[in-house]
Design a protein around this ligand. Structure first.
Ligand code: SAH
Length: 339
């Protein structure tokens, strides 16, 4: 059974057509749910009794539950329990430009990146759209503030749950509802090429981030098994095509793993790969986790890597470190829960 928060305005329109109801009801439903925050269909006063009853009986309207919070000065991490007792997490971060939330898209992940805590625990299932929407609603309710941006960088590979993630993006982007601008929504992927090609056809001006993390094929295959299917060179060709198609700059994520991918040679290779492309590189200080042997690159090495890229003409930033004291690395809070 669908949940009332599984449907974007477009999908509601199709639904209302199918029950011979006026399609403008779709806008009203988005307003009830996401502007007025009235989640009980029985209270939707501009709906006929009959329509309320149909919606009440054909859709679920349960909430996922916050079961744990961990906090430090700039970060608050939430552990959620789903209806089937699975756990996922989301992180709230404060920046000088506002608040952002990092949401999960799956329970576990099958991509198997060797440095990532989420992948250590295999995928159990995809998240339903409402389970992503509710991460945002519950955090906003908890902090009594509006958030300004969303990154889909929590547990899971969003393009491996494409339909539900796209519907989620449409819902949070809807100007009658949560109204987060597309330019404030970032989807991060390890590079599922066919889905990137699908994404570029959508009229959504969201940001795309690619988890590259390596400067050559051999290294990437070692740390990211998905590279055996979608190779680094092919991903970069797909990125070129995506940029041409959408006219949007793409973010290249590069997690800095000590003595794995962080030497001068890697920086030079990266310059050769990215020179002249409309991309910017985000160097990510690695969040160490107790189960995984990788160590974070020391600060001076990150700065040196940064300098080489910069001198090589690449746009580059170093990601601010968030919440390393509160198990903020993807999947850490959940993995404490799942033994
Ligand atoms: N599956 C998607 C999105 C989730 S991971 C992807 O691969 O992009 C979000 C980002 O965090 C990815 O770039 C991922 O490689 C990175 N990441 C995973 N574990 C990390 C850790 N312990 N420290 C820092 N970044 C990490």
């Amino acid at each position: 059974m669908n949940h009332i928060m599984d449907l974007s305005r477009e999908s509601w329109k199709r639904y209302f057509e199918s029950i011979n109801e006026k399609t403008f009801k779709a806008t009203q439903i988005i307003e009830w749910l996401y502007s007025k925050k009235e989640y009980n269909p029985n209270n939707w006063t501009n709906f006929k009794n009959e329509t309320r009853e149909i919606i009440s009986s054909s859709f679920k309207h349960n909430f996922i539950k916050i079961v744990k919070k961990e906090e430090d000065n700039l970060t608050k991490k939430y552990l959620f329990e789903l209806e089937d007792n699975n756990h996922i997490e989301a992180v709230l971060m404060s920046h000088d430009y506002g608040l952002s939330i990092c949401v999960s898209s799956q329970v576990g992940c099958n991509m198997g990146c060797t440095f990532c805590e989420s992948g250590r625990l295999k995928k159990v299932r995809n998240l339903e759209t409402y389970e992503m929407v509710e991460q945002i609603l519950l955090i906003e309710e908890d902090i009594k503030k509006r958030i300004s941006s969303v990154v889909i960088m929590g547990i899971g590979e969003p393009l491996d749950n494409y339909d539900n993630v796209i519907e989620f993006i449409k819902i949070i982007n809807d100007d009658k509802g949560i109204a987060i601008g597309a330019r404030h929504i970032t989807l991060s992927t390890c590079g599922l090429i066919p889905k990137i090609k699908e994404l570029q056809e959508l009229p959504l001006q969201i940001n795309l981030a690619i988890s590259l993390h390596a400067s050559n094929n051999e290294l990437r295959s070692k740390i990211m098994p998905i590279n055996k299917v979608y190779k680094l060179d092919d991903i970069l060709l797909t990125v070129d095509e995506y940029i041409k198609h959408t006219n949007r700059r793409v973010t290249i994520e590069y997690v800095m793993l000590n003595n794995v991918n962080d030497n001068e040679e890697n920086a030079k290779e990266l310059i050769n790969l990215l020179k002249g492309k409309n991309v910017y590189v985000n160097l990510i200080p690695y969040n160490e986790t107790s189960h995984i042997i990788y160590k974070k690159s020391p600060k001076d090495k990150i700065l040196k890597f940064y300098d080489i890229l910069k001198k090589g003409g690449i746009n580059v930033t170093i990601r601010k470190e968030f919440g390393s004291k509160i198990s903020a690395a993807c999947g850490q809070l959940r993995s404490k829960e799942v033994k």
